[in-house]
Design a protein around this ligand. Sequence first.
Ligand code: AKG
Ligand code: FE2
Length: 328
Amino acid sequence: MSKKRTLDNFFNPGTQKRARLDSIPANTQTTSTTLTSAHSTYPHPVPHLPPRLTSLLASTPASAGKEINHQPSLDLLYFQPYIPITASLPLFNFLRENLFFYRVQYTIKRYGKETQINTPRFTTVFGVDTSSLFTPSGDLIDSQTSKPIPSDRYKSCACPPRPLPQCLDHLRQITEKVTGATYNFCLVNYYANGADSISYHSDDERFLGPNPSIASLSLGATRDFLMKHKPIPPTEGDPSPEQNSKPPLKLALGSGDMVLMRGQTQANWLHSIPKRKGKGSQEGRINITFRKGVERYSTQNYYQYNVGQGRVWRWDGGRGEMREWDGA
Ligand SMILES: O=C(O)CCC(=O)C(=O)O
Ligand SMILES: [Fe+2]
């Protein structure tokens, strides 16, 4: 269903809706009018951050970032925590409650055979590459000419690009100030439990440019973030490079922590969130990454792998699980 894109429907006050503030501690307000971000590409509007949460976020970063650069080409800044502790649980609950997610499937050719991949986590993405910009009313314009973009610019995308809703844009703005980098994409992962994961990879696509800064925020369950150096090919002088047999670096990312991966990290290191059993494996975790796509292809790639063609999933608080959304 498409809605006319107007300033009104991008930042409209919800029509006498009760705020969903059940994630906010009991001593705060329980009702108010909700402002929402709406857009023709969204399955439903997304409420703005409640004012109390916005004021709690004002003291981000809650601690100074620690540099982790003791290994070759590794350049991390680790905030433990980044989000003030009073804000991380309400923020987790707010985002899980109000964002829409996808369970993306796609096919790859493996050994010449088409293989279906089921992404082992919920995903969603917002943003557009540097060739375009969203106006405040949510229309796409060319970033050079400020004219509306040609209608075929994103014709090969799984869905038209989506602007960041206010709640994620607020986090983006804070993160730009703290990290000194700029970002035009926000990718969100939801790991429902320890069975959800992301395998070893590096975010080293050409469309992010050289030495990209990627800010990665964790909310909810603690999960291990493993990092290992990309395999170093043996040479005559060094037939079994020591780096190849080192155990992975493990950061137990807790709720509110943020890791900034920068410099040569993506070019040289792989990272993953392995599946987890036992303690804490039944709890959900949200991961938000802010990135900057400098080529048009980043838009196609991110929407293909984080939205795709499938159904919308939303958090069902009553059942305590994600459910396919029926649009109601
Ligand atoms: O969940 C995380 O901490 C990592 C996510 C990640 O690596 C990615 O989305 O590329
Ligand atoms: Fe990644």
